[in-house]
Design a protein around this ligand. Structure first.
Ligand code: NAD
Length: 274
């Protein structure tokens, strides 16, 4: 993108900087809690969305609902992000439908971490599945779709690590609940964080910006005790909502963040500040 060389900010249309009109944005895990809010927000800012998720989540149906709601072409593609063949298909179908790709958002995650297993008991199979989907899936989409954007000389990638790749989980948070955060989740997300910073540097000269959003404690009908514990440890004293994460995505996908790459924008209510 070309940036206006001026010191006169009155020449700038700041609202326009946030627009995503007619951009083509691929979102993985698009049918999830945060993914759905991402899709609604990105659609409201004018983009075409490629809704990518596992078949069970029915991405085609959600894409259809978005197309009807926003009266714009959207595409739903069922994929497993950890399959190279599937991600190649995702790129192929997107280019056949829209002819270009402007943005990639990696919002997928493997859910097995929600059933907490103490570190001493983690099975190889569980470790491998979480790393395959969370980390390898992000590697594949970045390699296959990000490389296309690098070739085009423009694009924005937003990956999603976790608070628990930034800091360790406070074990007191889970007292009196069935919840927890296992090591394979933190480890896979640490990889996403490192990969994102690597690519931010690697593709900077190609016009592709690579950033991260770290959501934290997004409310999803949690156990009451967990909500109470969370409020005690959170500077903002509450869980967040999926729509509160989406504003960060508009910023990072759009020209509003044209000088930002390699950043991890933490939407964490101040969790990591103390
Ligand atoms: N919810 C939170 O509090 C929170 C906090 C920090 C980070 N995150 C991260 O934010 C992202 C979104 O979280 P969420 O709460 O919406 O998760 P979610 O579990 O609601 O959604 C994840 C989506 O990924 C999809 N998915 C799973 N395996 C897949 C695969 N192999 N291929 C393609 N898609 C697959 C699921 O079907 C689901 O729609 C995740 O990366 C998560 O790790 C969430």
């Amino acid at each position: 993108m070309s940036v206006l060389k001026t010191t006169n900010a009155s020449e700038i249309d700041f609202r326009k900087k946030f627009e995503l009109t007619d951009k083509v944005i691929v979102i993985t895990g698009a049918c999830g809690l945060v993914g759905r809010a991402f899709c609604e927000a990105v659609a409201q800012y004018g983009a075409h969305i490629v809704v990518a998720d596992i078949a069970l989540a029915n991405p085609e149906e959600f894409a259809l609902a978005l197309a009807e709601r926003y009266q714009r072409k959207m595409l739903g593609v069922a994929i497993d992000v950890s399959s190279r063949q599937d991600v190649e298909q995702l790129k192929k179908k997107t280019l056949e439908t829209f002819g270009t790709i402007d943005g990639l958002v990696n919002g997928h995650q493997n859910k097995t971490h929600l059933k907490f297993v103490p570190f001493e008991n983690i099975q190889d199979e569980n470790w491998d599945t979480v790393v395959q989907i969370n980390l390898k899936g992000t590697f594949l989409t970045c390699q296959i779709i990000g490389s296309y954007m690098a070739q085009q000389g423009k694009g924005s990638i937003v990956n999603i690590p976790s608070t628990y790749s930034v800091v360790a989980p406070n074990q007191n948070l889970y007292k009196g609940t069935s919840l927890g955060c296992p090591a394979e989740y933190s480890s896979s997300k640490g990889g996403v964080d490192a990969l994102s910073r690597y690519l931010a540097s690697y593709w900077a000269a190609k016009g592709v910006r690579v950033n991260m959003i770290t959501p934290h404690g997004v409310w999803n009908h949690h156990e009451e005790q967990f909500e109470k514990n969370f409020a005690n440890f959170s500077p903002l004293q509450r869980l967040s909502f999926n729509h509160e994460v989406a504003g960060a995505l508009i910023y990072l996908l759009s020209d509003a963040s044209s000088y930002v790459t390699g950043d991890n924008l933490k939407v964490d209510g101040g969790w990591t500040v103390w």
